[in-house]
Every structure is written in C-alpha cells, then in structure tokens.
Design a protein. Sequence first.
Length: 220
Amino acid sequence: MTKAEKAEFVVNTLEELYPTVPIPLDHTDPYTLLIAVLLSAQSTDARVNTITPILFKRASTPYHMVNLTVDEIREIIKPVGLSPSKSKAIHELSQILIDKYEGEVPQSLEALEELPGVGHKTASVVVAQAFGIPAFPVDTHIHRLMYRWNLTTGKNVVQTEKDAKRLFPKEKWNKLHLQIIFYGREYSPARGWDLDKDIITRTIGRKTVIDEYIKKKRSR
C-alpha cells in the first residue's frame, strides 16, 4: 500500500467504527472548552470532567474567574495535577481575555498560543472543536498510532502533525483526530495492546512494530 492508500484505509475504517464522535471534554462554550483542555494536560479527560463542573459552578466566564484567587482555583483543580501552574495560567489568561478580547476567546491559533498555559495542541483543539476551523491536534494517541501505521517517522509531534495534515483531507481533520483518539484508546493502547483486535495496525502497520509485538508475545 502507498501512504495515500493507507490514509484512505484509515479514514474509511474509522468512519465505520465511529460515524459520530463526541468531544471528550465536557464544556458549554469556547471559554469552558479552553479551560478544560488546559486542565487536561498530563491528566485524563475523565478526571477533568469530574472537576470542571465544580470549577464552572463557581466561575464559567473570564469575568467570574478573575474574581477567584489563584489559590481558590488551585484548591478546586488540585486533583487534575499541576495545579500551581494551571491555576495561575487560568487566572492570567482570563484577565487577558477581558482586557484584550472583551471576554471572548479568540479564534486564531496565534492569538490563543499567546495566552498563558496554552500551547499549540491546546490552541488547535479549541479552534477545531469550538469554532470548526480545520486543525489537527496531535496527542499521545495520535502520535503513537501515526507511527505504528508507518504514516510518520515519529520523531516528534510537530512532524507527526505535518504528516497528518499532508496525508488526510483538510475537511476531515477535525473529526478524524477525535476518531483516531477513540480508536487508540479502544483498540491500540500503549499498554495492554492486542494486535489481533487492532485491525488498522494489523493491515497497514510498520513492519518493525509488528515484528517487535510478535517477538514479545512469543517470549511470554
């Protein structure tokens, strides 16, 4: 298979498995999505979804958030980890949104990436899921699977994103990145991986990855 044929196989398979994909992080608008994505760094969506209802009951807009102290925010978000830096970033970016954007979340990657605590992946998620602007956020699942599928060298997430954008149609990016995440969690996890259940890797996967899997399985 060529890489173009592999990419087409991925798109068709994922469309069959996940014709509709919910956004994993609970939110009600671009601001609450931005905060939820920021909180999800080095945490799980499930854990974030248990914390955000508590936080957003206190402050679901930048105007309400700046009325909380950094310590108050930190106390609420402590279970998701990295609470000292995340609470400070949430408070600071909320003030910037008020001062610079009249309390609204900007729709450009560049503007979002200038906000405290907001990196490229977070900004990409927000523009894709809140505003429907084509983007291809690369998380650990996408990075792992793109390598397993021999669609990228896997050197870094920057290269993986470039390769994904080159291989997949732009109009499919926003849905596809979620489909790959769901597939990675269900069929191709980092741990407890069962190649027999992973139809995509089994069909188009990198030979060295498959060989290593078989070698480890035989040695058990």
